[in-house]
Design a binder for this molecule. Structure first.
Ligand code: F55
Length: 835
């Protein structure tokens, strides 16, 4: 029964319906009301934490009104919706973003000032929502911002982890992981205790025959876990659209069985059940680009997928349409293979619960799903052991076998003589134990598969998924080059640059149509403009220098070139090459006479990023960086010529401070390994140049901004495989400068050389898989070109302006429009203005 208020009584509702604030005065009223009632405090004990809480509650109420309006409008329109399934959403802070997106940051600033607070200090109080590892999770967050800003009816579905990515502390130069308990006070989520789904695990499958003699599989027994929805409002920029991010939290399914245990005196085991259920959504797995096959991870995936699909199907059923219309109402995008079980779960719902025929169901399924691949690294491709599956999800395993059977039969019909092809493309790998290849399942169950940059999308078609191109045709595979939201990554992170750009491009329109940046080309030679531009960069560097001083005690000169590499620590991203280069620079400086040193270009090498807790090589890299810093930063011969900084606990809110402060940032992965990269886009958009390899989106960035405005070096993807063979089958000589770096490390210059032996051995003895030696000379020479170029500030700033002017392509708005058109087949809704 609809719980709707009858017509006659609605006038009272309308009269008292919440009026969102628009003035500083009304905002202040709200803040004071929240401090005095919601928080039960007063002006005599209102610290910054309380002011943050009250300001957030005020904005949150404002969002709720528009959120309700958006949801009602979408329900009424009853059009096709997009569902973005991602195990990670790296959202960062919400308050600043909410204030900017609804266009009331200035109002809040004035209001908070009246109440005795600086808005910057209040924003700083918020704990990051860090439900992600790195690029993949942040991409999902940028996509939500674009979907709302472009008025698409779209939902995100994820897990409400009690612990997000760990907090990184550096102790004696080593990474230490500390749990990130972030839910103490989170005004941005709404528990929906009425939106609950029971999720089943284990048990067994029995066959029953119905009255027509038709056999039906029924999945019975096992254990139930309860999924509760928590909703997070996602405001669009310059629109009243507020979309929904629904995160699921696990609890023991309440009711009979635990009460039974309780009554029978088995209290402890009832509590243990409760705890085991809550464990499912307890913690985000901290590996990026590595899959470890843990049962709890598979439980997380099914828990989240099953709850989300139940929700999506329930919404569809309300519209009372025929099942064959499902793909006209629903588009589901799989963010990597983590949600691939959704394909199997939808097939199960349709055949086992709704009684559709296999073929009809499978047609619906494949039309509904799209799959985005984010990596070609073999160790990152998900595989699950068949015995594990059999135990946890017995019915799903049967369906996977059936999907595979029908798929392989079709392949055999099309390519009758190719027995090896069948083994290669089978969803089941015939190893021991047998494994389910999730990427293959995702390809077979989707109508589109996309990579995230041109090179990457080409590579997946010619390497890991080559056979599937032959089977399904090239049309199933496409490219959508990644993008970033200019709202957070320019307007929010770099307000002064955003204002300067607005003053030359006719207002803030560029934040909604980033190609408008090209108007800046006219000003690339404008003396006055360049001066303001350079001043802003310097101010951003001063801000970062202050953070570095406060957190590490090291004083850096903001006039030195800031060279930044911040991203997850991984051998393929080659932070080791960067730090070897820094050591090379240190050796060079030490060899110079005092006279020569005066001409040497000063540089600050800044690193940041987390290592997966079990990834020893990555942890050694962090240790080496810190050990080099400890020596170099205290060497009187060096002074300001070189500083080496490791910024602890790199996350979204730190990125907002770090990225606007770069002169040069490093994106130096071995060619062919970084699917796209997205921080490369953020750095250039903030007026920094790039030193990078011909990899991922660097290639398209170069095409857009011009090769005079980027420092590219190193071997090309097409040559990497052959070079690796050279290492394996013959002895190649190590690059002489790199050899000198290794010798220097072996003098114990940075502490016991044994600590770094594995890093050296990887290059010298274990085949240098990531080609550090092959690229080292080219890297060092290109760094010298950077030094030279930086000396001519006029020309440097000109390059930065031209680069920014040409970055329009890399907005996530463009990505979302491409997905909408070529994969989802959805249209944006009419714009919605604030009331
Ligand atoms: C996390 C968990 C697993 Cl099991 C596997 C991968 C990850 C992960 O974090 N991957 C990731 O961040 N991939 C990155 O995706 C970005 C967005 O597409 C790309 O820009 C980047 O190149 C890629 O490495």
């Amino acid at each position: 029964v609809e719980a709707s208020i009858p017509e006659n009584q609605r006038t009272a509702w309308k009269k008292y319906s919440t009026q969102p604030f628009t003035t500083a005065e009304d905002f202040e009223k709200e803040v004071v009301r929240h401090v005095e009632t919601t928080l039960a405090r007063s002006m005599f004990n209102c610290d910054e934490t309380a002011a943050y809480a009250a300001a957030s509650l005020a904005f949150r109420n404002r969002l709720i009104t528009e959120w309700n309006r958006t949801q009602q409008r979408q329900t009424f329109a009853d059009g096709k919706r997009v569902y973005y399934l991602s195990l990670e959403f790296l959202m960062g802070r919400a308050l600043d973003n909410a204030m900017l997106n609804v266009g009331l940051k200035n109002v809040a600033k004035e209001g908070l000032a009246d109440l005795g607070f600086r808005i910057e200090d209040i924003i700083e109080q918020e704990h990051d929502a860090a439900l992600g590892n790195g690029g993949l999770g942040r991409l999902a967050a940028c996509f939500l911002d674009s979907l709302a800003s472009l008025n698409y009816p779209a939902w995100g579905y994820g897990l409400r982890y009690r612990y997000g990515i760990f907090k990184q502390e550096i102790v004696d130069g080593y990474q230490v992981e500390v749990p990130d308990y972030w839910l103490d006070f989170n005004p941005w989520e709404f528990p929906r205790h009425d939106v609950v789904v029971d999720i089943q695990f284990y048990g067994e499958v029995r066959k029953y025959h119905d009255e027509n003699g038709k056999s039906r599989a029924v999945w019975e027994d096992g254990e139930l876990v309860k999924a509760t929805a928590y909703d997070v409002p996602i405001p669009g920029f310059d629109t009243a659209v507020v979309n929904n991010l629904r995160l699921w939290s696990s609890k023991a399914a309440s009711g009979e069985f635990d009460f039974q245990k309780f009554n029978s005196g088995d209290y402890e085991s009832a509590v243990a059940d409760e705890q085991r259920a809550e464990t499912i959504s307890a913690v985000l797995y901290p590996n990026d680009n590595l899959e470890r096959g843990k049962e709890l991870r598979l439980k997380q995936q099914y828990f989240w997928v099953a709850a989300s699909l139940y929700d999506i199907v329930r919404r569809f059923k309300k519209s009372k349409r025929a099942w064959k219309e499902f793909p006209d109402q629903v588009a589901i995008q799989l963010n990597d293979t983590h949600p691939t079980l959704a394909i199997v779960e939808l097939q199960r719902i349709l055949i086992d619960l709704e009684g559709l025929e296999w073929e009809d169901a499978w047609n619906i399924v494949t039309k509904t799903f799209g799959y985005t691949n984010h990596t070609v690294l073999p160790e990152a491709l998900e595989k699950w052991s068949v015995p594990l599956f059999q135990n946890l999800l017995p019915r799903h395993l049967q369906i996977i076998y059936d999907i595979n059977l029908f798929f392989l039969q079709a392949v055999e019909r099309k390519f009758p003589k190719e027995r090896e092809l069948l083994a290669r493309v089978s969803i089941i790998e015939e190893s021991s134990p047998k494994m389910v290849r999730m990427a293959y399942l995702a390809i077979v169950g989707s109508h589109k598969v996309n990579g995230v940059a041109e090179l990457h999308s080409d590579l997946i078609k010619t390497t890991i998924f080559k056979d599937f191109v032959k089977i399904f045709g090239a049309d199933r595979f496409t490219n959508v080059t990644n993008g970033i939201t200019p709202r957070r990554w320019l307007h929010q992170a770099n307000p002064r640059l955003s204002d300067l750009i607005a003053s030359k491009t006719g207002g803030l329109g560029f934040l909604k149509d980033l190609t408008l940046l090209n108007k800046l080309e006219e000003f690339a030679d404008d003396k006055e403009f360049k001066k303001e531009w350079a001043e802003i960069k310097l101010a951003n560097k001063v801000r970062l220098a202050r953070h570095i001083k406060d957190t590490t005690g090291v004083v850096v000169n903001p006039h030195a070139l800031f060279d930044i590499q911040v991203k997850r620590i991984h051998e393929y991203k080659r932070q080791q090459m960067n730090i070897f280069g820094v050591i090379h620079r240190y050796i060079t400086i030490k060899s110079l006479s005092p006279e020569e040193r005066k001409k040497f270009a000063p540089r600050v090498s800044i690193f940041g990023g987390k290592a997966a807790p079990g990834y020893w090589m990555a942890k050694s890299i962090i240790h080496l960086i810190n050990s080099v810093g400890a020596v170099v930063n205290n060497d009187k011969d060096v002074g300001d010529l070189l500083k080496v900084i490791f910024i602890e606990d790199y996350n979204v809110s730190k990125a907002e401070v770090i990225i606007p402060a770069s002169d040069v940032s490093e994106h130096i992965s071995t060619a062919g390994t970084e699917a796209s990269g997205t921080s490369n886009m953020k750095f250039v958009l903030n007026g920094g140049l790039i030193i990078g390899t011909c990899d991922g989106a660097n290639i398209e960035i170069t095409r857009e901004i011009g090769e005079q405005n980027i420092f590219l070096f190193g071997n090309l993807a097409e040559d990497v495989e052959d070079l690796r063979h050279t290492h394996t089958y013959s002895t190649t000589t190590l690059d002489p400068s790199l050899s000198a770096v290794f010798s220097f490390i072996r003098t114990n210059a940075f502490g016991p050389a044994d600590d770094f032996a594995a890093l050296i051995a990887a290059v010298e003895e274990h085949g240098d898989y990531y080609l550090v030696s092959d690229d080292f000379n080219s890297y060092v020479q290109t760094q010298e070109l950077v030094d030279q170029a930086y000396k001519d500030q006029e020309e440097w700033v000109g390059k930065c302006i031209l680069a920014v002017a040409r970055m329009g392509f890399f907005t996530s708005d463009r990505c979302i429009s491409e997905y909408a058109e070529s994969i989802w087949n959805v249209e944006p809704m009419e714009p919605l203005a604030h009331e």
